[in-house]
Design a protein around this ligand. Structure first.
Ligand code: CO
Length: 478
């Protein structure tokens, strides 16, 4: 298997990992095509905005401070705004203009192991996702509490405790699921340990937090995402080992101490509404993201991007120099469970390396047909994500929109047309870094004509560093 016929230029790709230190707010002048009149609302996105402090790079892009982007569509115009989440760690490093905290994934403070040993402080960087409920907006990072923001100005209002329901030190996932039936966000917190504690939460439509259950499960849990259906919450317990000594001694970051146990099955933790647990083992694999889950004919279906190994960066290596041939590819699989008989069957859905699986917000937890993903442009091996994909999970057919060789895509976000009746009646929005211009753009695709020219492309005045996750709200915050 050779990936020497590269679909991208490394220097182009690296450019997207440049810090964006400035915050701005402006109406976008350059629009190609026509903005759909019915597309009204705000696309919120989150991701690391700073990849360095005073020229000293963070060791891993996941360690960069959260910067929230809001692109508001009014039907004929589009407005851009970005702002950093003003966490205490961010503010302290702003003042000092240097790295003061260790990052979870790959960043050490200056000073070698002596400078890092026994410093177990966590810097909440609020950089992974952003969700809204009514007039509230939260930036999320899974190892701490959400940060509340003003949805109009993106001003940071503080760490959220939901009227005392979420105590300091508690955690809340960066991947809550918006239940299309009730309008609640469902999320969880994990306290990892030799026995890990999982807590299920609901943020209701009025913004109050309710705790549904709390369960202790054997083994270390690294749970980035979960799958949600009306009757089940599903977690994949990756068979990882956490050997913390090198972290405690300052030799490695916490993320670098994770390892997939060889020849150990992965375990699905399937909780019902009462919090009763059924465990079902499957072939060893590692999962960050689930595309969706649903119940049908007595079966539980879960679609997930699986890796054959934990795709971590070797300590001390520069992520911008990563050898893509050695990065394990992500592949989309369907798991079909008979929960009562405790059986599972696994089927491939998309075998070319892919990530950022999403579905229509109306299909979350429900039987569905279309998944949207980011995919690599070459057929085999691994590379940066350059292609947006619409996958028909019934027929296996794929429609794609490629930005190779000089474009690098972000997570696709499906926005239903306000009068939609069909699942794919709507648009797919993605923030794409265009290395030819050194700037980012928001691409709007008609989801039913996915492979055709975009409906509109909105050109920003600058780049936005590669981001993580976000959501669209039909409420216009402008
Ligand atoms: Co994620």
């Amino acid at each position: 298997m050779s990936t020497s016929t590269s679909t991208f230029n490394r220097a182009d790709w690296q450019q997207g990992y440049t810090s964006l230190a400035t915050e701005s707010s402006y109406w976008i002048e350059q629009v190609e095509g026509e903005l759909p009149q019915s597309l009204q609302g705000t696309l919120f996105r989150n991701g690391p905005g700073l990849l360095d402090r005073n020229g000293v790079p963070y060791g891993h892009p996941f360690d960069g401070d959260g910067m929230v982007v809001a692109v508001t569509f009014t039907g004929d115009r589009a407005h851009f705004q970005n702002r950093f989440v003003q966490t205490p760690g961010y503010l302290a490093e702003q003042r000092a203009d240097k790295i003061l905290y260790r990052g979870v994934f790959g960043t050490q403070k200056p000073g070698g192991w002596i400078g890092n040993c026994f410093d177990l402080r966590l810097k909440n960087i609020a950089n992974t996702n952003v969700i809204s409920q009514g007039d509230r907006l939260w930036a999320l990072w899974e190892a701490a509490r959400p940060y509340r923001l003003d949805p109009e100005t993106l001003e940071t209002l503080g760490e959220e405790d939901f009227n005392g329901m979420l105590a300091a030190g508690q955690t809340f996932t960066a991947h809550p699921k918006l239940d299309p039936i009730t309008g609640s966000w469902w999320g969880f917190g994990v306290q990892p340990g030799p026995r890990s504690v999982i807590t299920l939460y609901e943020i209701t439509q009025t913004g109050t937090l309710q705790q549904h259950w709390q369960r202790r499960v054997p083994g270390f849990c690294f749970l980035h995402d979960f799958a949600f259906t009306p009757n089940y919450q599903v977690f994949l317990q990756n068979p990882v080992n956490f050997a913390p000594l090198p972290y405690l001694l300052g030799w490695r970051t916490a993320g670098e101490c994770l390892e997939l146990k060889p020849n150990t099955p992965s375990k699905f933790l399937i909780f019902d509404r009462q919090g009763d647990l059924v465990e079902i083992e499957t072939d060893s694999c590692f999962v960050f993201h689930h595309a969706n889950a649903y119940e049908e004919g007595g079966r539980l279906i879960v679609d997930s991007v699986c890796y054959a190994d934990y795709p971590k960066l070797e300590p001390g290596t520069d992520y911008k120099q990563v050898n893509f041939d050695q990065v394990v590819p992500g592949k989309l699989y369907r798991f079909i469970f008979d929960v009562e008989r405790r059986t599972v069957e696994r089927q491939p859905l998309l075998l070319r390396s892919c990530e950022f699986p999403t579905v229509s917000p109306r299909s979350v937890g429900q039987p569905y047909r279309y998944a949207y993903l980011g995919m690599i442009a070459q057929e085999q091996g691994n590379a940066p994500l350059q292609v947006l994909v619409k996958l028909d999970t019934q027929t296996g057919s794929v429609e794609s929109q490629s930005f190779a060789p000089r474009g690098f895509i972000g997570e696709p976000v499906f926005v239903p047309h306000p009068e939609s009746t069909a699942e794919d009646h709507g648009w797919v929005l993605s923030l794409v870094f265009d290395a030819a211009r050194g700037c980012s753009k928001v691409v709007i695709l008609d989801a039913r004509r996915f492979g055709e020219a975009p409906v509109a492309v909105v050109y920003l005045r600058h780049h936005v560093p590669y981001g993580l996750h976000g959501n669209f709200t039909h409420r216009r915050w402008r």
